[in-house]
Design a protein around this ligand. Structure first.
Ligand code: WTA
Length: 653
């Protein structure tokens, strides 16, 4: 293997501040001290504006009003594609690694530009105008990425819905955002299996009230004629003109909505706007991953998640690099698929999820070692905590002890990485399984959930509490679509003057941060965020179920899995096994396959306080076998249910 070029850490990457700052610490200090100057100078040099902004930051965390560069104008698609054409039109913009690798393809910036223009013309021809919401139910790949960028080109607001979601979940998201148009696909392929999306698309299109049209990209030959009732997207793109002017957008015009789960209620559509989001995507991918335009960046997330938005589409393309869309499964055709892909395209940065890393680590090192991974410089981890064993495996086996391993903490709401070991000084220490450092302009506050106040941190002290941020940054979400009140209540009211993440964290003696997990009723299955209430709602809709509590418990591979405790309605002839499998099917069909509970216990009562709140903490302790840590149950309305649940759970083991 050839020697890997070491990642640069802090180096000369900030052309804006050449000759002014000479270390990572100095630049971080500047970014925190003169925050508006820092972001303002970066915005001017990194983005191409049709009208440069005069104001930088008009945000106020007390009122939850976030505004960046508000009098500037630009177009996000232009920044990601058009502006790279003069210098590297023939360089691959996107590599689409398909399930069947023989069908994989490279798309140059010129080709991507042409395809997006055609796509955008199709959207316009189908009535989409600036500000309209467009739902995208497409897997990661050329069509998916181009659909997003085509929306951005004409000022439409996209809402990508992960293709693993059911028709009900899809139609709810379509209607919530009043989407006019749905862009979908008939089939996709994953792990060698054909996945039929047709029925989901038909059902969602029938259910949705706001949809005017559904355009379907067809992977098959329409033998059964199902496409006849929809518009054939592939055909229309083929016939469309390849010239499409950009629409000038205000910096604060919405770029996209993305639905994510909260601890209560239905999933919420977080709104990200144009300039601030793009700048934050451009800067984090460049400095966390040491990205150069000549690099091949492989983030293996789907575009249905924020990671796919920021680190598959917008971030790498805003930097003029090559982005790899991984449209397959890490075990297909064998556990070497990621590494074969890295070797095949000389991938320089690889960004994946702990669940997949944990799975691969168990299957043996030969799948890694049989490929030449010498092109890799940085390996990232995202979406859930990474355990030390998986981190060490990435470092020693995949990275051959020569790559930087970055455990990146962030959220749909934050737009991009907030906590990550890089950037830092070149060669600075990286601790296993720890997000460690704050990105430029980011200032952490660990708060006391009791008092709602920040806990003062001093070097040499270790503190723990709610993870908050006390300075706004350009990439943060602006609102929840149609529900600004919920936005304020969730993120800004709990700790006045700060953004509250919903996570807990420890800040150690050196100032480094470790995430301890969610503080609310959100669970994280294989990096997929779900509200326990969402699963409970589906289970409770079964005719035989009267009430349910869902909790997350640790899972060796998936990080967490869902466990349900359901009370059945009294019926003499109930076959519990049948009900159990019906319930699993119900969750798979109405929510998503990955949301199905690992276990369902039928119980006679749930541990509730006298005011009726379910004490999920007690259920978590019972499930973990920590019976002696359950604590005081005398405040429960009926303490005797605890013993009965213990018997059920212990009896089932
Ligand atoms: C969790 C994914 C530990 C966290 C980008 C957060 C993490 C939620 C990490 C957001 C990490 C994300 N270590 N936990 N490196 N990254 N999380 O919105 O609980 O899908 O609040 O965004 O995932 O999930 P989301």
């Amino acid at each position: 293997m050839s020697d890997r070029r070491p990642s640069a850490g802090f180096s000369t990457k900030f052309e804006e501040f050449q000759g002014e700052v000479d270390s990572h610490e100095a630049l971080y200090k500047y970014s925190i001290g003169q925050t508006d100057e820092f972001w303002g100078r970066c915005a001017m040099s990194r983005l191409s504006w049709t009208q440069p902004p005069k104001t930088v930051n008009a945000s106020d965390l007390n009122s939850g009003e976030i505004k960046w560069f508000q009098d500037g104008k630009l177009n996000v698609c232009y920044n990601c594609v058009d502006r790279h054409l003069p210098s590297h039109a023939d360089k691959p913009a996107l590599i689409w690694e398909r399930d069947d690798s023989s069908k994989s393809r490279k798309v140059t910036y010129r080709e991507l530009h042409e395809y997006i223009c055609k796509f955008a013309n199709v959207l316009k021809a189908n009535g989409v105008q600036k500000g309209d919401r467009v739902a995208i139910y497409l897997p990661v790949g050329l069509q998916g990425a181009a659909a997003m960028l085509a929306c951005a080109r004409i000022g439409a607001v996209h809402s990508v819905i992960f293709t693993g979601f059911s028709a009900e979940a899809l139609s709810h998201r379509i209607d919530d955002a009043d989407c006019k148009l749905l862009l979908a696909q008939d089939y996709t392929s994953r792990g060698g299996k054909t996945i039929n999306l047709k029925q989901i698309v038909i059902d969602a299109a029938n259910k949705s009230k706001s949809l005017k049209k559904t355009l379907v990209y067809s992977e098959a030959d329409n033998q059964d004629g199902w496409l006849d009732s929809f518009t054939d997207l592939s055909k229309q793109i083929e016939d469309a003109s390849s010239e499409c002017p950009i629409v000038e957008m205000n910096a604060e015009d919405p770029l996209f909505l993305l639905y994510t789960s909260g601890s209560t209620g239905k999933p919420k559509g977080l709104v990200h706007t144009s300039a601030g989001y793009l700048l934050y995507a451009q800067m984090t991918v460049k400095h966390v991953f040491d990205l150069e335009p000549s690099d091949v960046f492989a983030c293996v997330a789907d575009i249905g998640w924020i990671t796919g938005h920021t680190y598959v589409v917008y971030g790498p393309l805003a930097n003029g690099a090559t982005t790899l869309c991984f449209d397959s499964h890490p075990l297909f055709p064998n556990a070497g698929r990621y590494w074969e892909t890295v070797a095949k395209y000389h991938v320089t940065q690889f960004y994946g999820a702990p669940t997949a890393y944990r799975m691969l680590l168990r299957l043996g090192n030969e799948f890694v070692k049989s490929h030449d991974l010498s092109s890799l410089r940085v390996i990232g981890s995202v979406g859930e905590p990474i355990n030390v064993a998986a981190w060490t495996w990435l470092h020693e086996i995949v990275g051959n002890s020569k790559c930087d391993i970055v455990d990146t903490w962030w959220q749909t709401e934050t737009g991009g990485n907030l906590l990550t070991p890089r950037p830092s000084n070149q060669g600075a220490e990286i601790k296993p399984g720890m997000a460690m450092r704050q990105f430029y302009g980011i200032e952490v506050a660990i708060c006391d959930p009791g008092t709602g106040k920040e806990i003062a941190w001093e070097a040499g002290q270790k503190i723990e509490g709610a993870l908050c941020f006390k300075k706004p940054w350009p990439g943060m979400a602006r609102t929840i679509y149609g529900n600004h009140k919920r936005f304020l209540e969730t993120y800004y009211n709990p700790y006045p003057g700060m953004y509250f993440s919903g996570d807990g964290a420890v800040r150690d003696e050196d100032g480094y941060v470790t995430i301890t997990g969610r503080m609310d009723d959100v669970i994280n299955i294989s990096g997929h965020r779900l509200g326990t209430a969402e699963i409970e709602d589906v289970l409770n809709s079964h005719l035989s179920v009267s009430e349910t509590a869902v909790i997350g418990i640790p899972h060796e591979i998936k990080g967490e899995s869902a466990v349900a405790f359901s009370i059945l309605k009294e019926k003499a002839d109930l076959n519990q096994e049948n009900v159990r499998s019906e319930l699993i099917q119900l969750v798979r069909g109405r929510l998503a396959k990955f949301a199905a509970p690992e276990k369902i216990y039928f119980v006679t009562g749930l541990p509730k306080t006298r005011s009726g709140k379910i004490m999920r903490r007690i259920l978590r302790k019972i499930s973990a076998g920590q019976i002696d840590e359950i604590g005081d149950v005398t405040t429960l309305a009926d303490p005797s249910v605890v013993q009965l649940i213990i018997q059920k759970v212990v009896g089932a083991k």
